[in-house]
Design a protein around this ligand. Structure first.
Ligand code: KG4
Ligand code: ZN
Length: 353
């Protein structure tokens, strides 16, 4: 099926947000609707896959209708669809992909499968289409902490990733230990505002010289051991100090490694995307460092940081514009790694000189 330039509907259902968005012919976001399942999973302290899939099923049609209505676009005006194919929860992905396949078949329009990470990466250009390439992209979410070099042709080369937990996971698990609930990132962010960042020292993982790898498991263990030595229950001001110190350790490593990647690759543009890029301390430190004028920074507006479908529609649009093929027999891929990437030897050995 051939893509004629026109409105695109994006659908995202990889984890615990059911989302749909419409982009206009020029790529502008006409609507961006997200139905969060946080209240479904809250009492379990994390996402329950079966409940996530059921909740997507119950909401997807409504969310798509809402997105079309807000964009003031009729279904028949759509020229293409884009849907998250993976990585993510199998049952959750199936809901979005099957819905999109049925819609594409019914309307006779092309359907582009999109990698969730590719979507997060595309979000950097949603608010700032003139952001330069090549650049460094840090993807920080609940499942990923990956540093890429993005080339002029859109290709992403992996420079470094986490050896264990993702930054978002470290936030979520830290919040759970501090009794702050789920999702943990926004909770730590909020509580840390009144805490002292320097009151409780936490370890930072830097790896070898020039390493662009991350690791957050030591930090998490450090929090666990520190809490075991405390008299419980903690006072609110103690929780705030723990949250602020813990958050600072994550933020400092994310910023240091991103700046090291810029320096090693001699680039001067950095995009930071994914749920953790909503963190107020991370945004403040990055803005401050970029304020010195040494590099240009893209931090997506909050609505494009956490999971949303505008980023999926945008990544799909990029691929359609490159005339990449669409598959009518689209399948899901729950596991990481299907995204077309060139992995350099720098992942364990540092960036090649
Ligand atoms: O991108 P995202 O919505 O979903 C994934 O692809 O994983 O990211 C979710 C992650 C969660 O771990 C959540 O705790 C974290 O992003 N997060 C934050 C903040 N808002 C969301 N972490 C730190 N500070 C925040 N304000
Ligand atoms: Zn995500």
């Amino acid at each position: 099926m051939v893509w004629k330039s026109g409105p695109i509907l994006g659908i995202e259902s990889s984890c615990d947000e059911t989302a749909a968005a419409v982009l206009g012919s020029s790529g502008a976001v006409l609507s961006n609707v997200v139905a969060s399942q946080h209240s479904v999973h809250e009492k379990f302290g994390g996402v329950v896959p079966e409940l996530a899939a059921r909740a997507h099923l119950g909401k997807i049609d409504l969310v798509v209708m809402c997105a079309l209505e807000q964009a003031q676009i009729e279904k028949r005006q759509l020229q293409a669809l884009a849907v998250t194919q993976g990585p993510g929860l199998a049952g959750a992905l199936l809901v979005g992909v099957n819905y999109a396949k049925a819609l594409s078949y019914g309307l006779g329009i092309p359907l582009m499968g999109v990698d969730h990470l590719q979507g997060h990466i595309a979000s950097a250009w949603l608010a700032d289409p003139t952001f330069p390439l090549p650049c460094i992209v840090l993807v920080v979410s609940g499942g990923h902490t990956h540093l890429y070099r993005r080339e002029t042709n859109g290709e992403c080369i992996l420079l470094g990733r986490t050896r264990d937990d993702a930054a978002g996971e470290a936030f979520d698990k830290g919040a759970q230990m501090l009794g702050l609930g789920y999702p943990g990132g926004p909770a730590i962010d909020r509580v840390a505002l009144t805490g002292d960042r320097l009151a409780i020292p936490f370890p930072r993982f830097h790896g070898g010289r020039d390493s662009l790898e991350f690791s957050f498991s030591g930090l998490k263990t450090s929090l666990l051991y520190k809490l075991r030595r405390m008299a419980v229950p903690l006072r609110p001001e103690q929780i705030a100090d723990f949250a602020a110190g813990y958050q600072e350790a994550i933020v400092e490593v994310l910023v240091t490694k991103s700046l090291a990647a810029l320096k090693q690759s001699r680039l001067s543009a950095l995009a930071v995307v994914g749920g953790v890029s909503a963190n107020s301390r991370l945004r403040a430190v990055l803005n401050e460092r970029a304020g010195h004028g040494q590099f240009r920074l893209s931090l997506p507006p909050m609505e494009f940081c956490t999971d949303n479908a505008a980023m999926i529609a945008s990544a799909g649009r990029e691929r359609l514009m490159r005339r990449e093929p669409c598959a009518s027999d689209l399948d899901i891929y729950p596991m990481d790694g299907a995204m077309i990437l060139s992995e350099t030897s720098s992942v364990t050995a540092g960036f090649p000189k």
